[in-house]
Design a protein around this ligand. Structure first.
Ligand code: NA7
Length: 554
Protein backbone atom coordinates (compact mmCIF):
# COMPACT_ATOMS: atom_id res chain seq x y z
CA UNK A 1 0.00 0.00 0.00
CA UNK A 2 2.89 2.35 0.78
CA UNK A 3 3.90 4.47 -2.17
CA UNK A 4 7.67 4.04 -1.93
CA UNK A 5 8.32 6.99 -4.18
CA UNK A 6 6.89 9.36 -1.62
CA UNK A 7 8.36 7.98 1.57
CA UNK A 8 11.25 10.43 1.75
CA UNK A 9 9.81 13.82 1.13
CA UNK A 10 10.84 17.38 1.71
CA UNK A 11 7.55 18.11 3.41
CA UNK A 12 4.41 16.43 4.65
CA UNK A 13 1.40 18.69 5.05
CA UNK A 14 -1.54 17.46 7.11
CA UNK A 15 -4.92 18.70 5.87
CA UNK A 16 -6.28 19.80 2.50
CA UNK A 17 -8.37 22.83 3.37
CA UNK A 18 -7.40 26.40 2.55
CA UNK A 19 -4.14 26.04 4.51
CA UNK A 20 -2.88 22.72 3.18
CA UNK A 21 -3.74 23.57 -0.41
CA UNK A 22 -2.06 26.96 -0.39
CA UNK A 23 1.00 25.60 1.43
CA UNK A 24 1.25 22.93 -1.26
CA UNK A 25 1.20 25.59 -3.97
CA UNK A 26 3.97 27.50 -2.16
CA UNK A 27 6.27 24.55 -1.57
CA UNK A 28 5.69 22.50 -4.70
CA UNK A 29 5.19 25.15 -7.36
CA UNK A 30 7.43 27.94 -6.07
CA UNK A 31 10.18 26.07 -4.24
CA UNK A 32 10.11 22.83 -6.25
CA UNK A 33 9.97 20.65 -3.13
CA UNK A 34 8.62 17.11 -3.00
CA UNK A 35 5.45 17.37 -0.94
CA UNK A 36 2.66 15.09 0.11
CA UNK A 37 -0.58 16.31 1.62
CA UNK A 38 -2.36 13.79 3.82
CA UNK A 39 -6.10 14.31 4.18
CA UNK A 40 -8.61 12.27 6.19
CA UNK A 41 -11.58 13.17 3.97
CA UNK A 42 -12.19 11.94 0.44
CA UNK A 43 -12.00 15.44 -0.99
CA UNK A 44 -10.48 18.87 -0.42
CA UNK A 45 -12.15 21.52 1.72
CA UNK A 46 -11.21 20.94 5.37
CA UNK A 47 -13.73 22.78 7.56
CA UNK A 48 -15.97 23.25 4.54
CA UNK A 49 -15.87 19.57 3.70
CA UNK A 50 -17.19 18.55 7.13
CA UNK A 51 -19.55 21.36 8.13
CA UNK A 52 -22.56 20.60 5.94
CA UNK A 53 -25.26 21.40 8.50
CA UNK A 54 -28.38 23.30 7.38
CA UNK A 55 -27.66 27.01 7.00
CA UNK A 56 -23.84 26.59 7.02
CA UNK A 57 -22.48 29.79 5.64
CA UNK A 58 -19.36 31.88 6.08
CA UNK A 59 -19.55 34.98 8.28
CA UNK A 60 -16.88 36.77 6.27
CA UNK A 61 -18.12 38.45 3.11
CA UNK A 62 -17.38 36.40 0.03
CA UNK A 63 -15.11 38.92 -1.68
CA UNK A 64 -12.79 38.73 1.36
CA UNK A 65 -13.03 34.98 1.89
CA UNK A 66 -10.67 33.46 -0.63
CA UNK A 67 -7.04 33.13 -1.60
CA UNK A 68 -5.62 36.35 -2.97
CA UNK A 69 -2.05 35.43 -3.97
CA UNK A 70 -2.98 35.26 -7.64
CA UNK A 71 -5.16 38.00 -9.18
CA UNK A 72 -6.07 35.66 -12.05
CA UNK A 73 -7.37 33.11 -9.57
CA UNK A 74 -9.57 35.84 -8.08
CA UNK A 75 -10.79 37.00 -11.46
CA UNK A 76 -11.54 33.44 -12.54
CA UNK A 77 -14.08 32.91 -9.77
CA UNK A 78 -17.43 34.55 -9.21
CA UNK A 79 -19.22 34.48 -5.84
CA UNK A 80 -22.99 34.54 -6.01
CA UNK A 81 -23.96 35.84 -2.54
CA UNK A 82 -22.73 38.37 -0.01
CA UNK A 83 -21.83 35.48 2.34
CA UNK A 84 -20.91 32.23 0.63
CA UNK A 85 -22.82 29.12 1.58
CA UNK A 86 -20.94 25.91 2.41
CA UNK A 87 -21.56 24.20 -0.98
CA UNK A 88 -20.29 27.27 -2.81
CA UNK A 89 -17.10 27.47 -0.70
CA UNK A 90 -16.52 23.77 -1.30
CA UNK A 91 -16.95 24.35 -5.05
CA UNK A 92 -14.48 27.21 -4.80
CA UNK A 93 -11.87 25.05 -3.06
CA UNK A 94 -12.31 22.37 -5.71
CA UNK A 95 -11.80 25.08 -8.33
CA UNK A 96 -8.49 25.96 -6.64
CA UNK A 97 -7.49 22.30 -6.56
CA UNK A 98 -8.30 21.93 -10.27
CA UNK A 99 -6.62 25.13 -11.35
CA UNK A 100 -3.27 24.24 -9.76
CA UNK A 101 -3.57 20.49 -10.27
CA UNK A 102 -3.24 19.92 -6.53
CA UNK A 103 -4.88 16.51 -6.17
CA UNK A 104 -1.87 14.65 -7.59
CA UNK A 105 0.00 15.53 -4.38
CA UNK A 106 -2.88 14.93 -1.99
CA UNK A 107 -3.56 11.49 -0.58
CA UNK A 108 -7.20 11.36 0.49
CA UNK A 109 -8.87 8.99 2.95
CA UNK A 110 -5.68 9.13 4.95
CA UNK A 111 -5.87 9.92 8.64
CA UNK A 112 -2.61 10.75 10.39
CA UNK A 113 -2.36 8.86 13.66
CA UNK A 114 1.13 9.81 14.84
CA UNK A 115 4.15 11.91 13.90
CA UNK A 116 7.56 11.34 15.48
CA UNK A 117 10.74 13.35 15.07
CA UNK A 118 13.91 11.37 14.49
CA UNK A 119 16.68 13.63 15.66
CA UNK A 120 19.62 11.68 14.25
CA UNK A 121 18.17 11.72 10.75
CA UNK A 122 16.46 15.10 11.18
CA UNK A 123 13.31 13.60 9.73
CA UNK A 124 9.66 13.43 10.72
CA UNK A 125 8.01 10.02 10.48
CA UNK A 126 4.31 10.44 9.86
CA UNK A 127 2.11 7.40 10.36
CA UNK A 128 -1.39 6.90 9.04
CA UNK A 129 -4.38 4.84 10.15
CA UNK A 130 -3.73 2.47 7.23
CA UNK A 131 -0.24 1.74 8.59
CA UNK A 132 1.75 3.75 6.07
CA UNK A 133 4.73 5.85 7.09
CA UNK A 134 5.88 8.95 5.29
CA UNK A 135 9.20 10.54 6.16
CA UNK A 136 9.93 14.18 5.52
CA UNK A 137 12.24 16.94 6.64
CA UNK A 138 9.40 19.32 7.39
CA UNK A 139 6.04 18.59 8.94
CA UNK A 140 3.41 21.27 8.42
CA UNK A 141 0.03 21.04 10.07
CA UNK A 142 -2.92 22.62 8.27
CA UNK A 143 -5.57 20.93 10.36
CA UNK A 144 -7.81 23.92 11.03
CA UNK A 145 -8.76 25.49 14.35
CA UNK A 146 -12.30 24.15 14.56
CA UNK A 147 -12.15 20.60 13.31
CA UNK A 148 -12.32 18.37 16.39
CA UNK A 149 -16.03 18.02 17.14
CA UNK A 150 -17.13 18.41 20.76
CA UNK A 151 -19.97 16.07 21.63
CA UNK A 152 -20.54 16.68 25.34
CA UNK A 153 -20.53 13.60 27.49
CA UNK A 154 -24.16 13.60 28.51
CA UNK A 155 -25.20 10.31 30.08
CA UNK A 156 -27.59 8.19 28.07
CA UNK A 157 -26.72 9.19 24.50
CA UNK A 158 -26.05 5.56 23.61
CA UNK A 159 -29.61 4.66 24.59
CA UNK A 160 -31.31 7.38 22.51
CA UNK A 161 -33.76 5.71 20.09
CA UNK A 162 -33.77 8.56 17.60
CA UNK A 163 -30.95 9.90 15.41
CA UNK A 164 -28.31 12.39 16.53
CA UNK A 165 -25.77 14.46 14.64
CA UNK A 166 -22.94 16.87 15.39
CA UNK A 167 -23.02 19.85 13.04
CA UNK A 168 -19.32 19.44 12.22
CA UNK A 169 -19.78 15.83 11.09
CA UNK A 170 -22.94 16.24 9.09
CA UNK A 171 -24.10 13.42 6.77
CA UNK A 172 -23.41 14.17 3.11
CA UNK A 173 -26.89 13.09 2.10
CA UNK A 174 -28.41 15.64 4.49
CA UNK A 175 -31.02 15.09 7.20
CA UNK A 176 -34.75 15.21 6.58
CA UNK A 177 -36.44 17.00 9.47
CA UNK A 178 -39.91 16.85 7.95
CA UNK A 179 -42.47 16.01 10.61
CA UNK A 180 -39.78 15.39 13.25
CA UNK A 181 -39.41 16.69 16.77
CA UNK A 182 -35.91 18.12 16.77
CA UNK A 183 -33.83 19.20 19.76
CA UNK A 184 -30.79 21.37 19.16
CA UNK A 185 -28.19 21.93 21.86
CA UNK A 186 -26.04 25.03 21.45
CA UNK A 187 -26.49 28.64 20.44
CA UNK A 188 -23.06 29.56 19.06
CA UNK A 189 -22.55 30.71 15.46
CA UNK A 190 -23.54 27.26 14.23
CA UNK A 191 -26.77 26.85 16.21
CA UNK A 192 -27.76 30.39 15.31
CA UNK A 193 -27.33 29.59 11.60
CA UNK A 194 -28.99 26.19 11.79
CA UNK A 195 -32.11 26.91 13.90
CA UNK A 196 -34.02 29.04 11.34
CA UNK A 197 -33.45 26.46 8.60
CA UNK A 198 -34.33 23.43 10.73
CA UNK A 199 -37.49 25.18 11.97
CA UNK A 200 -38.77 25.50 8.40
CA UNK A 201 -39.36 21.76 8.02
CA UNK A 202 -39.33 20.25 11.52
CA UNK A 203 -42.64 19.53 13.24
CA UNK A 204 -41.14 21.16 16.27
CA UNK A 205 -37.72 22.58 17.15
CA UNK A 206 -36.61 22.86 20.77
CA UNK A 207 -33.48 24.97 21.24
CA UNK A 208 -31.55 24.21 24.41
CA UNK A 209 -29.71 27.40 25.36
CA UNK A 210 -27.04 27.50 28.05
CA UNK A 211 -25.65 30.96 27.35
CA UNK A 212 -27.60 33.73 25.65
CA UNK A 213 -25.68 34.90 22.61
CA UNK A 214 -25.54 38.17 20.75
CA UNK A 215 -26.30 38.08 17.07
CA UNK A 216 -26.58 40.70 14.37
CA UNK A 217 -28.48 40.22 11.08
CA UNK A 218 -26.19 39.09 8.28
CA UNK A 219 -28.34 40.72 5.58
CA UNK A 220 -27.28 38.18 3.04
CA UNK A 221 -28.22 39.02 -0.56
CA UNK A 222 -27.35 37.72 -4.02
CA UNK A 223 -24.50 39.75 -5.50
CA UNK A 224 -25.48 42.04 -8.35
CA UNK A 225 -23.68 41.84 -11.67
CA UNK A 226 -22.35 45.29 -10.95
CA UNK A 227 -20.79 44.19 -7.65
CA UNK A 228 -19.34 41.05 -9.26
CA UNK A 229 -17.67 43.27 -11.83
CA UNK A 230 -16.45 45.61 -9.09
CA UNK A 231 -14.75 42.64 -7.40
CA UNK A 232 -12.97 41.71 -10.64
CA UNK A 233 -11.91 45.29 -11.28
CA UNK A 234 -10.64 45.78 -7.74
CA UNK A 235 -8.95 42.48 -6.94
CA UNK A 236 -5.68 44.22 -6.00
CA UNK A 237 -7.36 46.75 -3.73
CA UNK A 238 -9.36 44.02 -2.00
CA UNK A 239 -6.17 42.08 -1.40
CA UNK A 240 -4.47 45.20 -0.05
CA UNK A 241 -7.36 46.05 2.25
CA UNK A 242 -7.56 42.58 3.78
CA UNK A 243 -3.84 42.88 4.53
CA UNK A 244 -4.18 46.32 6.03
CA UNK A 245 -6.92 45.70 8.61
CA UNK A 246 -6.51 44.06 12.03
CA UNK A 247 -9.26 41.49 11.35
CA UNK A 248 -8.21 40.69 7.81
CA UNK A 249 -11.59 41.86 6.55
CA UNK A 250 -12.28 44.09 3.56
CA UNK A 251 -13.69 46.89 5.70
CA UNK A 252 -12.12 49.33 8.11
CA UNK A 253 -12.90 49.79 11.80
CA UNK A 254 -14.29 53.26 12.48
CA UNK A 255 -11.78 55.56 14.19
CA UNK A 256 -14.66 56.96 16.28
CA UNK A 257 -15.07 55.97 19.94
CA UNK A 258 -18.47 55.00 21.30
CA UNK A 259 -17.66 56.63 24.63
CA UNK A 260 -16.95 59.99 22.96
CA UNK A 261 -20.11 59.94 20.83
CA UNK A 262 -23.32 61.63 22.01
CA UNK A 263 -26.08 59.09 22.71
CA UNK A 264 -28.38 60.08 19.83
CA UNK A 265 -25.57 59.98 17.27
CA UNK A 266 -24.33 56.66 18.67
CA UNK A 267 -27.80 55.18 18.36
CA UNK A 268 -27.99 56.30 14.72
CA UNK A 269 -24.60 54.71 14.00
CA UNK A 270 -25.67 51.42 15.58
CA UNK A 271 -28.96 51.55 13.70
CA UNK A 272 -27.13 52.01 10.39
CA UNK A 273 -24.69 49.20 11.28
CA UNK A 274 -27.62 46.92 12.19
CA UNK A 275 -29.22 47.65 8.82
CA UNK A 276 -25.91 47.09 6.96
CA UNK A 277 -25.53 43.84 8.88
CA UNK A 278 -22.75 41.33 9.46
CA UNK A 279 -19.41 41.55 11.23
CA UNK A 280 -19.17 45.21 10.24
CA UNK A 281 -21.38 45.91 13.25
CA UNK A 282 -18.34 45.26 15.43
CA UNK A 283 -16.44 47.89 13.45
CA UNK A 284 -18.99 50.62 14.19
CA UNK A 285 -16.69 52.04 16.89
CA UNK A 286 -13.03 51.44 17.59
CA UNK A 287 -13.37 50.98 21.36
CA UNK A 288 -15.98 48.18 21.49
CA UNK A 289 -13.44 45.54 22.42
CA UNK A 290 -11.20 47.66 24.62
CA UNK A 291 -13.65 49.60 26.79
CA UNK A 292 -16.37 47.95 28.86
CA UNK A 293 -18.26 51.23 28.92
CA UNK A 294 -18.25 51.35 25.11
CA UNK A 295 -19.15 47.69 24.86
CA UNK A 296 -22.12 48.17 27.17
CA UNK A 297 -23.65 50.57 24.66
CA UNK A 298 -23.48 47.92 21.90
CA UNK A 299 -24.78 45.22 24.26
CA UNK A 300 -27.67 47.44 25.26
CA UNK A 301 -28.54 48.19 21.63
CA UNK A 302 -28.61 44.50 20.69
CA UNK A 303 -30.60 43.60 23.81
CA UNK A 304 -33.26 46.15 22.85
CA UNK A 305 -33.36 44.79 19.28
CA UNK A 306 -33.92 41.24 20.51
CA UNK A 307 -36.72 42.41 22.76
CA UNK A 308 -38.36 44.26 19.86
CA UNK A 309 -38.13 41.26 17.52
CA UNK A 310 -39.19 38.42 19.84
CA UNK A 311 -42.88 38.68 20.70
CA UNK A 312 -43.00 36.45 23.80
CA UNK A 313 -41.46 38.61 26.56
CA UNK A 314 -40.17 35.62 28.57
CA UNK A 315 -38.43 34.16 25.52
CA UNK A 316 -37.08 37.59 24.61
CA UNK A 317 -35.71 38.08 28.12
CA UNK A 318 -34.02 34.69 28.03
CA UNK A 319 -32.52 35.26 24.58
CA UNK A 320 -31.12 38.63 25.60
CA UNK A 321 -29.88 37.73 29.07
CA UNK A 322 -26.26 38.27 27.98
CA UNK A 323 -23.61 37.51 30.60
CA UNK A 324 -20.49 38.62 28.69
CA UNK A 325 -19.45 41.65 26.63
CA UNK A 326 -20.53 41.78 23.00
CA UNK A 327 -17.98 40.02 20.73
CA UNK A 328 -15.97 38.71 23.69
CA UNK A 329 -17.11 35.35 22.36
CA UNK A 330 -17.13 34.87 18.60
CA UNK A 331 -20.01 37.17 17.49
CA UNK A 332 -22.51 35.29 15.32
CA UNK A 333 -24.43 36.85 12.45
CA UNK A 334 -27.76 35.41 11.41
CA UNK A 335 -30.65 35.19 9.04
CA UNK A 336 -33.88 35.41 11.06
CA UNK A 337 -32.52 33.76 14.21
CA UNK A 338 -34.48 35.78 16.75
CA UNK A 339 -37.52 35.88 14.41
CA UNK A 340 -37.52 32.06 14.47
CA UNK A 341 -38.70 32.13 18.09
CA UNK A 342 -41.94 33.77 16.94
CA UNK A 343 -42.84 30.58 15.07
CA UNK A 344 -45.42 28.36 16.76
CA UNK A 345 -43.21 25.29 16.23
CA UNK A 346 -40.14 26.64 18.07
CA UNK A 347 -39.46 26.57 21.82
CA UNK A 348 -36.51 27.91 23.79
CA UNK A 349 -35.38 25.97 26.85
CA UNK A 350 -33.10 27.50 29.46
CA UNK A 351 -30.53 24.86 30.37
CA UNK A 352 -28.54 27.26 32.48
CA UNK A 353 -31.36 27.47 35.04
CA UNK A 354 -32.30 23.80 34.61
CA UNK A 355 -29.29 21.93 33.21
CA UNK A 356 -29.46 18.91 30.94
CA UNK A 357 -29.27 15.86 33.20
CA UNK A 358 -29.45 13.01 30.73
CA UNK A 359 -30.41 11.84 27.31
CA UNK A 360 -33.23 9.35 27.63
CA UNK A 361 -34.32 6.80 25.02
CA UNK A 362 -37.02 9.31 23.99
CA UNK A 363 -35.35 12.68 24.26
CA UNK A 364 -33.55 15.06 26.61
CA UNK A 365 -34.19 15.34 30.32
CA UNK A 366 -33.38 18.57 32.11
CA UNK A 367 -33.87 19.44 35.77
CA UNK A 368 -37.34 20.67 34.69
CA UNK A 369 -38.58 17.59 32.87
CA UNK A 370 -38.28 15.52 29.71
CA UNK A 371 -38.51 16.79 26.12
CA UNK A 372 -39.54 14.08 23.65
CA UNK A 373 -37.44 14.15 20.49
CA UNK A 374 -36.87 12.22 17.27
CA UNK A 375 -33.58 13.94 16.36
CA UNK A 376 -30.91 15.63 18.48
CA UNK A 377 -28.57 18.14 16.81
CA UNK A 378 -25.37 18.89 18.69
CA UNK A 379 -24.35 22.43 17.73
CA UNK A 380 -21.90 22.20 20.59
CA UNK A 381 -18.75 23.40 18.91
CA UNK A 382 -15.22 22.10 18.89
CA UNK A 383 -12.16 21.31 20.95
CA UNK A 384 -10.79 24.45 19.35
CA UNK A 385 -7.26 25.20 18.23
CA UNK A 386 -5.32 22.64 20.27
CA UNK A 387 -7.69 19.68 19.74
CA UNK A 388 -6.79 19.05 16.08
CA UNK A 389 -3.05 19.35 16.79
CA UNK A 390 -3.03 17.12 19.85
CA UNK A 391 -5.07 14.58 17.90
CA UNK A 392 -2.07 14.02 15.63
CA UNK A 393 -0.04 12.48 18.51
CA UNK A 394 3.06 14.48 17.73
CA UNK A 395 6.27 13.45 19.45
CA UNK A 396 9.30 15.70 19.28
CA UNK A 397 12.89 15.45 20.45
CA UNK A 398 13.66 12.98 23.26
CA UNK A 399 10.24 11.39 22.88
CA UNK A 400 8.44 14.40 24.41
CA UNK A 401 4.84 14.59 23.20
CA UNK A 402 3.11 17.82 22.22
CA UNK A 403 0.39 16.82 24.68
CA UNK A 404 2.94 16.90 27.52
CA UNK A 405 4.57 20.10 26.29
CA UNK A 406 1.12 21.72 26.29
CA UNK A 407 -0.32 20.14 29.42
CA UNK A 408 -0.75 23.61 30.98
CA UNK A 409 -1.95 25.17 27.72
CA UNK A 410 -0.43 25.82 24.31
CA UNK A 411 2.97 27.50 24.39
CA UNK A 412 4.87 28.28 21.23
CA UNK A 413 6.62 30.99 19.24
CA UNK A 414 4.47 33.10 16.91
CA UNK A 415 1.86 30.35 16.93
CA UNK A 416 4.14 28.62 14.44
CA UNK A 417 6.76 26.59 16.28
CA UNK A 418 7.31 24.79 19.57
CA UNK A 419 10.66 24.24 21.28
CA UNK A 420 11.56 20.56 21.12
CA UNK A 421 9.73 20.05 17.81
CA UNK A 422 12.24 21.05 15.11
CA UNK A 423 11.00 21.64 11.56
CA UNK A 424 7.37 21.42 12.66
CA UNK A 425 5.25 24.38 11.59
CA UNK A 426 1.65 24.84 12.70
CA UNK A 427 -0.45 26.91 10.29
CA UNK A 428 -2.81 29.19 12.29
CA UNK A 429 -1.72 27.53 15.51
CA UNK A 430 -2.73 28.85 18.93
CA UNK A 431 -0.75 32.02 19.68
CA UNK A 432 -1.41 33.43 16.22
CA UNK A 433 -4.32 35.70 15.16
CA UNK A 434 -6.13 32.80 13.42
CA UNK A 435 -9.73 32.65 14.63
CA UNK A 436 -9.80 36.37 15.48
CA UNK A 437 -9.27 37.17 11.81
CA UNK A 438 -10.65 36.33 8.43
CA UNK A 439 -9.03 32.89 8.19
CA UNK A 440 -7.79 32.83 4.57
CA UNK A 441 -5.78 35.99 5.24
CA UNK A 442 -4.13 34.44 8.30
CA UNK A 443 -3.53 31.22 6.38
CA UNK A 444 -1.85 32.92 3.43
CA UNK A 445 0.39 34.89 5.76
CA UNK A 446 1.53 31.76 7.59
CA UNK A 447 2.05 29.67 4.47
CA UNK A 448 4.05 32.47 2.85
CA UNK A 449 6.15 32.93 5.98
CA UNK A 450 6.90 29.19 6.23
CA UNK A 451 7.76 29.08 2.55
CA UNK A 452 10.10 32.09 2.86
CA UNK A 453 11.70 30.53 5.92
CA UNK A 454 12.42 27.27 4.10
CA UNK A 455 13.79 29.25 1.13
CA UNK A 456 16.13 31.09 3.50
CA UNK A 457 17.27 27.86 5.11
CA UNK A 458 18.02 26.24 1.78
CA UNK A 459 19.93 29.26 0.57
CA UNK A 460 22.11 29.17 3.71
CA UNK A 461 22.56 25.40 3.80
CA UNK A 462 20.53 25.11 6.99
CA UNK A 463 18.48 22.01 7.70
CA UNK A 464 16.87 22.49 11.04
CA UNK A 465 14.85 25.25 12.66
CA UNK A 466 13.56 25.28 16.20
CA UNK A 467 12.09 28.02 18.38
CA UNK A 468 14.32 28.82 21.35
CA UNK A 469 12.77 28.47 24.82
CA UNK A 470 13.47 32.16 25.54
CA UNK A 471 11.67 33.32 22.40
CA UNK A 472 8.77 31.06 23.22
CA UNK A 473 8.48 32.45 26.76
CA UNK A 474 8.58 36.01 25.45
CA UNK A 475 5.91 35.28 22.84
CA UNK A 476 3.56 33.63 25.32
CA UNK A 477 3.85 36.80 27.45
CA UNK A 478 3.03 38.91 24.39
CA UNK A 479 -0.02 36.79 23.59
CA UNK A 480 -1.26 37.16 27.17
CA UNK A 481 -0.62 40.88 27.13
CA UNK A 482 -2.48 41.33 23.84
CA UNK A 483 -5.45 39.30 25.12
CA UNK A 484 -5.57 41.19 28.42
CA UNK A 485 -5.65 44.53 26.59
CA UNK A 486 -9.07 43.51 25.26
CA UNK A 487 -12.38 42.46 26.81
CA UNK A 488 -12.10 39.00 25.23
CA UNK A 489 -10.94 37.12 28.35
CA UNK A 490 -14.05 38.41 30.18
CA UNK A 491 -16.19 35.74 28.51
CA UNK A 492 -15.25 33.01 30.94
CA UNK A 493 -16.98 30.18 29.04
CA UNK A 494 -15.54 30.93 25.63
CA UNK A 495 -13.73 28.42 23.46
CA UNK A 496 -11.02 31.07 22.96
CA UNK A 497 -10.12 30.13 26.56
CA UNK A 498 -10.64 26.41 26.11
CA UNK A 499 -13.47 26.68 28.64
CA UNK A 500 -15.96 24.63 26.61
CA UNK A 501 -13.98 21.42 27.09
CA UNK A 502 -14.00 19.93 30.60
CA UNK A 503 -10.46 19.62 31.96
CA UNK A 504 -8.85 21.73 29.23
CA UNK A 505 -6.38 24.31 30.59
CA UNK A 506 -7.88 27.81 30.64
CA UNK A 507 -5.51 29.84 28.50
CA UNK A 508 -6.50 32.60 26.11
CA UNK A 509 -5.28 30.97 22.91
CA UNK A 510 -5.36 33.32 19.89
CA UNK A 511 -3.11 36.37 19.50
CA UNK A 512 -5.41 39.39 19.91
CA UNK A 513 -2.97 42.09 18.81
CA UNK A 514 -4.42 42.14 15.28
CA UNK A 515 -3.29 40.75 11.97
CA UNK A 516 -1.48 43.87 10.80
CA UNK A 517 0.67 44.07 13.94
CA UNK A 518 1.29 40.32 13.87
CA UNK A 519 2.39 40.44 10.24
CA UNK A 520 4.87 43.19 11.06
CA UNK A 521 6.29 41.16 13.95
CA UNK A 522 6.72 38.06 11.76
CA UNK A 523 8.34 40.09 8.99
CA UNK A 524 10.77 41.80 11.38
CA UNK A 525 11.77 38.44 12.86
CA UNK A 526 12.45 37.02 9.39
CA UNK A 527 14.39 40.14 8.37
CA UNK A 528 16.55 39.69 11.48
CA UNK A 529 17.70 36.25 10.35
CA UNK A 530 14.81 34.46 12.06
CA UNK A 531 15.49 35.90 15.45
CA UNK A 532 14.35 33.63 18.28
CA UNK A 533 14.84 30.48 16.22
CA UNK A 534 17.88 28.21 16.42
CA UNK A 535 18.94 27.34 12.88
CA UNK A 536 21.48 24.63 12.29
CA UNK A 537 23.10 22.80 9.38
CA UNK A 538 22.53 19.09 8.88
CA UNK A 539 25.94 18.07 10.16
CA UNK A 540 25.62 20.21 13.25
CA UNK A 541 22.22 18.68 13.94
CA UNK A 542 23.63 15.18 13.67
CA UNK A 543 26.59 16.13 15.91
CA UNK A 544 24.25 17.55 18.51
CA UNK A 545 22.24 14.34 18.49
CA UNK A 546 25.41 12.25 18.82
CA UNK A 547 26.59 14.41 21.73
CA UNK A 548 23.45 13.80 23.71
CA UNK A 549 23.86 10.05 23.24
CA UNK A 550 27.45 9.93 24.57
CA UNK A 551 27.82 8.17 27.92
CA UNK A 552 28.90 10.45 30.74
CA UNK A 553 32.25 9.98 32.47
CA UNK A 554 30.51 8.88 35.64
P1 NA7 B 1 -19.51 27.32 19.86
O1 NA7 B 1 -19.37 28.74 19.52
O2 NA7 B 1 -18.49 26.69 20.75
O3 NA7 B 1 -20.96 27.13 20.49
C1 NA7 B 1 -21.31 25.92 21.12
C2 NA7 B 1 -22.64 26.08 21.79
O4 NA7 B 1 -22.98 24.85 22.41
C3 NA7 B 1 -22.64 27.13 22.89
O5 NA7 B 1 -23.88 27.76 22.90
C4 NA7 B 1 -22.45 26.28 24.14
O6 NA7 B 1 -22.92 26.88 25.31
C5 NA7 B 1 -23.26 25.08 23.78
N1 NA7 B 1 -22.89 23.90 24.55
C6 NA7 B 1 -21.74 23.21 24.51
N2 NA7 B 1 -21.77 22.17 25.34
C7 NA7 B 1 -22.98 22.20 25.94
C8 NA7 B 1 -23.60 21.40 26.91
N3 NA7 B 1 -22.99 20.37 27.45
N4 NA7 B 1 -24.87 21.74 27.32
C9 NA7 B 1 -25.48 22.80 26.77
N5 NA7 B 1 -24.94 23.60 25.85
C10 NA7 B 1 -23.68 23.30 25.44
O7 NA7 B 1 -19.56 26.40 18.56
P2 NA7 B 1 -20.14 26.73 17.12
O8 NA7 B 1 -20.06 25.49 16.32
O9 NA7 B 1 -21.44 27.41 17.23
O10 NA7 B 1 -19.16 27.78 16.54
C11 NA7 B 1 -17.78 27.50 16.44
C12 NA7 B 1 -17.13 28.46 15.51
O11 NA7 B 1 -17.34 28.05 14.17
C13 NA7 B 1 -17.68 29.83 15.49
O12 NA7 B 1 -17.32 30.57 16.57
C14 NA7 B 1 -17.21 30.37 14.19
O13 NA7 B 1 -15.86 30.76 14.30
C15 NA7 B 1 -17.32 29.19 13.30
P3 NA7 B 1 -21.99 27.86 26.20
O14 NA7 B 1 -21.89 29.13 25.42
O15 NA7 B 1 -20.66 27.16 26.31
O16 NA7 B 1 -22.68 27.98 27.48
Amino acid sequence: MTDKHYTDLDAVIVGAGFGGMYQLICLRDRLGLSVKVLEAADGVGGTWYWNRYPGARCDSESHAYWLTFDADLMKGWEWTERYPEQPEILRYLNYVADRYDLRRNIQFNTRVTAATYDEAANRWHVRTAAGETFTAQYLITAVGCLSTANVPKIPGLDRFKGAWYHTGQWPHEGVDFTGKRVGMIGTGSTGIQAAPVIAQTAAHLTVFQRTANYSVPARNVPLTDEFKQWIKDNADQIRFLTRDTPNGQAFRVSPQKAVDTPAAEREAIYEAAWERGGLQFRAAFQDLLSSKEANDTAADFIRRKVRQIVKNPDTAALLSDFDHPYAAKRPPIDTDYFETFNRPNVTLVDVKAAPIEAITPDGIRTANGEYKLDIIVFATGFDAMTGPLLGLNIQGRDGVSLRDAWKDGPINYLGLQVTGFPNLFTITGPGSPSVLTNMPVAIEQHADWISDCITYMRAKGLDRIEATPEAMTRWVAQVNEAGNATLLPMAKHSWYLGANIPGKPRVFMPYAGGMTRYRQICEAIAANGYEGFALTAADAAADAAADTRQPTAA
